[in-house]
Design a protein. Structure first.
Lengths: 105, 162
């Protein structure tokens, strides 16, 4: 579950789509997820494996079925580590720009 | 189509700490007041034992009741597994909903790290389901389990909060 794996997993549009599908309705089987993306069963399995290795998807057995669950925690830790920190700076830069532009009027 | 998984939410994080330390951080009020919303978790760790999460002074100043979450212990296997009911009394909406079922699992991996998995069955409690999923502003109580676990990791690994 290190940052590299998470960013790599999120870098692919099909994998982001799979996460969005689980966000809409969690706990889906491979078959259900395959129906939502235009891809072979093997292709979807490969993407799910990358997501699972990154900790973004957790699987559980339910009888004979394997259910896939979205794990939003790594996204939260990425947010806390990488996004929160820079957002403040961005906001203050925009405020400085605004002040500068308005002064010219 | 199966809907078996539809009421279950799963949250997982890896923390560099012993299982015992993580267990303590979940069940000991001296620890629970140091992260997330900073309330005091009180557990009677036996089957049918009572659980309550007591509001901090700050939470009470926002008009929250003294006990903001109540429940009952279903299974206690320290420091590996804790199963309990979990019923938040944040407002009339969550109070009216069904009691949810919460499972903590702590597994030790190589290299002194543990995997902590929260499985929250929120059947019959859509308002609670929306809250614990997070996505809101933690300051307004919208952080959910992702924020709570992220903060717990930060506290146990660095000794300070995020």
């Amino acid at each position: 579950m290190d940052d590299d794996n998470i960013f790599k997993a999120l870098a692919d549009p099909t994998r982001r789509l799979l996460l969005d599908l689980l966000f809409q309705r969690d706990g889906r089987t491979l078959k259900e997820l395959q129906a939502g993306v235009a891809m072979t069963r093997f292709g979807v399995m490969k993407h799910l494996k990358v997501l699972e290795d990154a900790g973004l998807v957790v699987t559980r057995r339910s009888g004979r079925e394997k259910l896939h669950f979205l794990n939003a925690v790594p996204i939260r830790t990425i947010h806390d580590r990488w996004i929160n920190k820079y957002r403040e700076r961005e906001v203050s830069a925009l405020l400085a720009l605004k002040t500068k532009l308005e002064r010219k009027d | 189509m199966t809907d078996k998984g539809a009421t279950i939410q799963i949250y997982r994080i890896v923390i560099k700490a012993t299982a015992q330390a993580i267990w303590g951080a979940i069940t000991n009020p001296e620890w629970t007041e140091r992260y997330a919303y900073g309330g005091r978790a009180l557990y009677d760790l036996k089957v049918d034992g009572r659980f309550s999460y007591k509001a901090s002074a700050e939470m009470k100043s926002f008009g929250l009741p003294d006990e903001i979450i109540v429940g009952k212990v279903i299974e206690s296997d320290p420091p590996r597994k804790l199963v309990q009911t979990w019923h938040p009394l944040f407002d009339a909406g969550t109070t009216a909903e069904a009691h949810t079922r919460l499972t903590y699992e702590i597994t030790e991996n190589q290299g002194g790290v543990c995997t902590v998995t929260i499985t929250h069955d929120v059947a019959g409690a859509p308002k609670v389901a929306g809250m614990v999923a997070g996505g809101g502003d933690p300051v307004k109580g919208g952080g959910g389990w992702p924020w709570v676990l992220s903060d717990l990791k930060s506290l146990l690994e660095t000794g300070t909060r995020m």
